[in-house]
Write a protein that binds this ligand. Structure first.
Ligand SMILES: [Zn+2]
Ligand SMILES: [Zn+2]
Length: 408
């Protein structure tokens, strides 16, 4: 059972949580992010002390100024690897162009599970308490003084990356590659497993009436699938192979179909996931017994070490691949045989400009997000949600509802 904090405001204000992270886990990238003017908080549990400064300042970490209010703002905080505690993190203070969003649905992603278990993904290293969750939707409950795009009461989906909007990458439209991108639940930035969150209004997209909050949370993994299709240069009529039938692969397959793919075949090792693929109308192959069919486009969504090379072997001349899954180890490719067919491999790092398309695809019924959501949890059961993929082979996507939580 997750522990529920019962600390009082005065106790909490001491900010005296010891750092449980060994020095070796402190990442250069996090430190750089902190010193490069990033204005977002690192933990969401930093509280100003009564004498006006916080332990964050003492420890050289940025501090989210928060204020206590009568209504607690509960979050699922990961104080140490593999542990979650539900705590009151205080009310977020809004910047001029920020809105407070009461979070209703948060999808659990493979990256959340990796941070929870392993504490790092590539150069992103968890080096202090962190709030997970980046697939989120909710209701606007307050707005900063310069907010004009959203209003109190709006139902919104959240794009989790906040770029600087000023650097060369941002100005060229590839804002997802901004070196100062503050991305929910990517260290040192806290995520969305909290009852109320402050975020720039430009990250918010109004949900049409037909879309539920769960649908809104699923626009983030759907965005990855959309971006994979765009990176692969998918054209109408393409025969598409999707390796990995998890949530992202299943969204990528649906996006490919919506963009005009002539056929879509999904490959996975899980009979449960292949059955979902068939339910959604796709050809489904077991990874153990693949067919000999040839394809124009590969969307690699499994992250399995050999999946990219095996998938590329099945592409015809001028085949195109987008690599979404990230194997931990370096990947070897037989370039001489790929060269003979003039294949193209594109890497995929999240997405840009995808929310409007994602909303249209779901609202028009061309993408089914509800079949993919298999489990629901209260905030108090965040650990169960994070452990779900390990404990239940018949699971696909868990959604946490932060408003359903015990009160402090
Ligand atoms: Zn995700
Ligand atoms: Zn930028």
């Amino acid at each position: 059972m997750p522990r529920i904090s019962t600390r009082t405001s005065a106790q909490a204000s001491s900010c005296s949580i010891p750092t449980p992270w060994p020095p070796s886990m402190r990442s250069r990238s996090s430190a750089q992010a902190r010193s490069s003017g990033s204005r977002r908080k690192s933990e969401g549990i930093r509280l100003e002390s009564q004498n006006g400064h916080s332990d964050d300042a003492v420890r050289g970490r940025p501090c989210l100024s928060v204020r206590r209010s009568a209504v607690p703002n509960l979050a699922a905080v990961m104080p140490r690897l593999g542990e979650i505690e539900v705590r009151d993190v205080g009310e977020p203070v809004l910047g001029a162009r920020e809105a407070a969003v009461e979070i209703r649905s948060v999808g659990i992603c493979g990256s959340d599970v990796t941070y929870y278990r392993v504490g790092r993904i590539g150069d992103w290293v968890v080096d202090g308490p962190l709030i997970l969750g980046h697939e989120a939707s909710g209701v606007v409950t307050a707005v900063g003084e310069d907010v004009s795009r959203v209003a109190v009461g709006d139902r919104v989906a959240i794009e989790p990356g906040t770029p600087c909007r000023d650097c060369d990458d941002c100005l060229r439209g590839r804002y997802h590659l901004c070196s100062r991108l503050a991305f929910l639940a990517t260290p040192p930035y806290d995520g969305a497993l909290v009852q109320r969150l402050a975020i720039d209004e430009r990250n918010l997209f109004a949900l049409p009436d037909g879309l539920s909050f769960d649908d809104g949370a699923m626009l983030e993994p759907l965005s990855v699938g959309i971006w994979a299709c765009r990176r692969a240069g998918l054209e109408p009529g393409d025969r598409v192979l999707v390796t990995g039938a998890g949530p992202v692969g299943t969204f990528a397959a649906q996006a490919a179909r919506a963009f005009g793919a002539g056929s879509v075949t999904m490959v996975d090792v899980s009979p449960f996931r292949l059955e979902i693929a068939r339910t959604l109308g796709f050809e489904a192959e077991s990874a153990d017994s693949p067919s000999t069919a040839t394809f124009d486009v590969l969307l690699e969504c499994s992250g399995a070490p050999g999946a990219l090379a095996q998938g590329l072997a099945r592409l015809g001349n001028h085949g195109r691949a987008a690599m979404v899954g990230l194997p931990k180890q370096p990947v070897e490719l037989p370039l001489s045989s790929l060269n003979a067919r003039e294949l193209t491999v594109s890497l995929v790092n999240r997405y840009a400009h995808t929310w409007p398309t994602a909303i249209d695809l779901v609202a028009s019924g061309r993408v089914d997000v509800r079949t993919i959501v298999t489990h629901h949890f209260d905030l108090d059961a965040t650990e169960d949600a994070l452990n779900l993929s390990a404990t239940d082979p018949n699971s696909m996507k868990a959604i946490i509802h932060p408003q359903a939580a015990a009160t402090v």
